[in-house]
Design a protein around this ligand. Structure first.
Ligand code: MCA
Ligand code: AMP
Length: 499
C-alpha cells in the first residue's frame, strides 16, 4: 500500500529536503517537524514491529501522536486507552484486546491493571531536544501495512454490556481522510487546532492523522479552552475541529470576547461533529463572527459518512451530503426497504456501505453480524430525513439507551451495571436528558437499599468515574421507591420523568 503519510515518507527519504523541516505536530510549546517525527517514530516502529497488538496510553500529548504513527508505520494494531478509564473499563479493554505491550510517555504512572504488560517509553525528547541528526536516526520505516491491516482498535459503547472494540483498517483511515480532503478542500497548507481527546476517532483519526496525511500540521491545545482557540486561530491556524459542547462554550464566550470573534472570523473552516450542534449555537456563532460552522456526520464504526462541503451551502441543522465513495440509504422500519423520498419529512434509519467502514467488532462475531444487513449495509441506528437536494438531517436515534454527552457515546446499560455494584443501590435505571452544554446529561434513577440513607449524587458519580470513566458519571440522581415496570418486568424508561 502507498504510504499513509506521504509527507512523512518524503522526510524519511530526504532528511535534508525542505519537506523535512515543515511543522507536523505541536502540543503546547513542544513540537515536531516531519523530519523530527520521522526520526522519532521510525525507531519506535522498529522497536514494536514484532508486537501483536499495542496499547497506547492516550494522553493528549505529543507522545500519543508519535506512538500511533509508529504503530501505523510498523503495521501493528494500536489500542488507544483513555487515561481516565476506571479499573473495570480498563480491565475489560485490556483483556479483550490482549495487547502485548503498552506505550506510554516516560515517567507516566500506569495503573495496576496494566502491570502485566511490557512497557515501552515513547521517547520524543530525542527530537524535541533539537540538534538532532535526523539522517542518523531516521532508519527507513517499514510502513508495512496492507489496506486491510487493522490499524486501530477503538472501543465504543453499545446499549448494553461493556464497550466493543471496532477494528479499523488502514484502508478506512486513508479513504475517510481523502474524502474529507475533497469535501473540505483540506491541503498541506492547513493548520488545524483542536483540544479533543486522543482515544476516539474524532480527535485521533481526524484531528491528528488527518493533518499528517495531508502533509499539514496540527496544534493540540492539551485541553479545550476558548482562549487557546482564539490564540491559535489568530496565529495562523486555519481550521478548528470540535464537538458541539465546545462550540456551545465558544458561543457563550463570544459576546464578551472580541478577540475570539476576530480569530474565528479568520478561520478557513470551522467543523463540528460527534453530536448535533443546536441551531441556536450555529446562529450565535454566525452572528458574532460572520462565519458558519459546518457539520459532518460519522461514527466509530464507519468513520465519516457525510459532510457539508466547503464549496456547498452551510445549512444549520444538517450534516450535508454523502462523502465521495460512501453509499448511503435511509430504510423503513423493516431495516431493508429503502426510503426513496427526498422530502425533508420521511424518516428512515441511515445505513451506509463503503471503504470507510470498520472490519469487525473484536471477538464479537455475533455483534458484527447483527450490525450489518444481509447485503452488507451497516446499520447506524441514526434516524434522518433527506432534503430535496440530498442534504441529510439527523432527527434522532433508534436506541434510547444510547446517550451522547459532551460528544461521548455512553451506553445506559454500562452505567446501570456499575451502579448496581454500589452497596447502597438496590435497583438502577439510567436515561439521558437534554442539557444545553453537554447535549444530554446522564440521569440515574435509583431505588436505594436503605431509603433512610440513600446514596448521594457525589458517591454515585465517584463510583462510576472510578469504575468506568469520569464522562460516564451521572450528573443527576433521583430516588424512587420502585422502578416503573411493565407486566413482563421490563423497566419502562419512558415513565421515568420528573417535574
Ligand atoms: C469530575 N471529574 C471527575 C469527577 N467529576 N473525575 C473523577 N471523578 C469525578 N467524580 C473531572 C473530569 O474528569 C474532568 O477532568 C473535569 O472533572 C471536568 O469534567 P466534565 O465537566 O465532565 O468535562 P469537561 O472538562 O467539561 O469536558 C467537556 C468536553 C469533553 C471538553 C467537551 O466532554 C470532551 O472532550 N468531549 C469530546 C468527546 C469526543 O471526542 N467524542 C468523540 C467520540 P479534567 O478537567 O482533568 O479533564 S465520537 C466520534 O469519534 C465519532 C466518530 C464522531 O462523529 O466524531
Ligand atoms: P460514536 O459511536 O461515539 O463514534 O458516535 C457516533 C454517533 O455520533 C453517531 O451514530 C451519531 O449518533 C452521532 N453523531 C456524530 N456526528 C454527528 C452530527 N454531526 N450530528 C448528529 N449526530 C452526530
Amino acid at each position: 500500500m502507498s504510504p499513509l503519510f506521504p509527507a512523512l515518507a518524503e522526510a524519511q527519504a530526504d532528511p535534508d529536503g525542505p519537506g523535512a523541516h515543515r511543522p507536523a505536530l505541536r502540543f503546547g510549546d513542544r513540537s515536531l517537524t516531519y523530519g523530527e517525527l520521522a526520526a522519532t517514530a521510525s525507531p519506535l516502529a522498529a522497536r514494536v514491529a514484532e508486537a501483536g497488538r499495542i496499547a497506547v496510553w492516550a494522553t493528549p500529548t505529543l507522545e500519543t501522536a508519535v506512538a500511533v504513527v509508529a504503530a501505523l508505520l510498523a503495521g501493528v494494531p494500536a489500542v488507544p486507552l483513555n487515561p481516565k478509564s476506571g479499573e473495570s473499563e480498563l480491565g475489560h479493554i485490556v483483556s479483550d484486546s490482549a495487547p502485548t505491550l503498552v506505550l506510554a510517555a516516560p515517567g507516566t504512572q500506569l495503573p495496576p491493571t496494566l502491570a502485566a504488560l511490557e512497557r515501552v517509553d515513547i521517547d520524543v525528547d530525542v527530537a524535541v531536544d533539537a540538534d538532532i541528526n535526523v539522517r542518523g536516526r531516521g532508519t527507513a520505516s517499514p510502513d508495512t501495512g496492507t489496506p486491510e491491516t487493522p490499524a486501530l482498535i477503538v472501543y465504543t459503547s453499545g446499549t448494553t454490556g461493556p464497550p466493543k472494540g471496532a477494528v479499523i483498517p488502514r484502508r478506512a483511515i486513508a479513504t475517510t481522510l481523502d474524502a474529507l480532503a475533497d469535501a473540505w478542500q483540506w491541503t498541506g497548507d492547513d493548520v488545524l487546532v483542536h483540544g479533543l481527546p486522543l482515544f476516539h476517532v474524532h480527535g485521533l483519526i481526524l484531528g491528528i492523522l488527518g493533518p499528517l496525511r495531508r502533509g499539514g500540521s496540527v496544534r493540540h491545545l492539551g485541553r479545550f479552552e476558548t482562549a487557546g482557540v482564539a490564540r491559535e486561530l489568530s496565529e495562523g491556524a486555519t481550521m478548528l475541529f470540535g464537538v458541539p459542547t465546545m462550540y456551545h462554550r465558544i458561543a457563550e464566550t463570544l459576546p464578551d470576547d472580541p478577540a475570539l470573534a476576530k480569530a474565528m472570523a479568520r478561520a478557513r473552516l470551522l467543523v463540528s461533529g460527534s453530536a448535533a450542534l443546536p441551531v441556536h449555537d450555529h446562529e450565535r456563532i454566525a452572528q458574532a463572527t460572520g462565519r458558519r460552522v459546518i457539520e459532518r456526520y460519522g461514527m466509530t464504526e464507519t468513520l465519516m459518512n457525510t459532510s457539508v462541503r466547503a464549496d456547498g451551502e452551510p445549512r444549520a441543522g444538517t450534516v450535508g451530503v454523502p462523502l465521495p465513495g460512501v453509499e448511503l440509504r435511509l430504510t423503513e422500519e423493516d431495516g431493508t426497504t429503502a426510503v426513496e423520498a427526498y422530502d425533508g419529512e420521511t424518516v428512515g434509519e441511515i445505513q451506509v456501505r463503503g471503504p470507510n467502514l470498520f472490519t469487525e467488532y473484536l471477538n464479537r462475531p455475533e455483534a458484527t453480524a447483527a450490525a450489518f444487513t444481509e447485503d452488507g449495509w451497516f446499520r447506524t441506528g441514526d434516524m434522518a430525513v433527506r432534503d430535496p437536494d440530498g442534504y441529510l438531517r439527523i432527527v434522532g436515534r433508534k436506541a434510547t439507551d444510547l446517550i451522547k454527552s459532551g460528544g461521548y457515546k455512553i451506553g445506559a446499560g454500562e452505567i446501570e451495571n456499575a451502579l448496581l455494584e454500589y452497596p447502597g443501590v438496590r435497583e438502577a435505571a439510567v436515561t439521558g436528558e437534554p442539557d444545553v452544554d453537554l447535549g444530554e446529561r446522564i440521569v440515574a434513577w435509583i431505588v436505594p437499599a436503605d431509603p433512610q440513607s440513600p446514596p448521594t449524587v457525589e458517591e454515585l458519580a465517584d463510583h462510576v468515574a472510578s469504575r468506568l470513566a469520569p464522562h460516564k458519571r451521572p450528573r443527576v440522581v433521583h430516588h424512587l421507591d420502585a422502578l416503573p415496570r411493565n407486566d413482563m418486568g421490563k423497566i419502562m424508561k419512558r415513565a421515568l420523568t420528573h417535574d
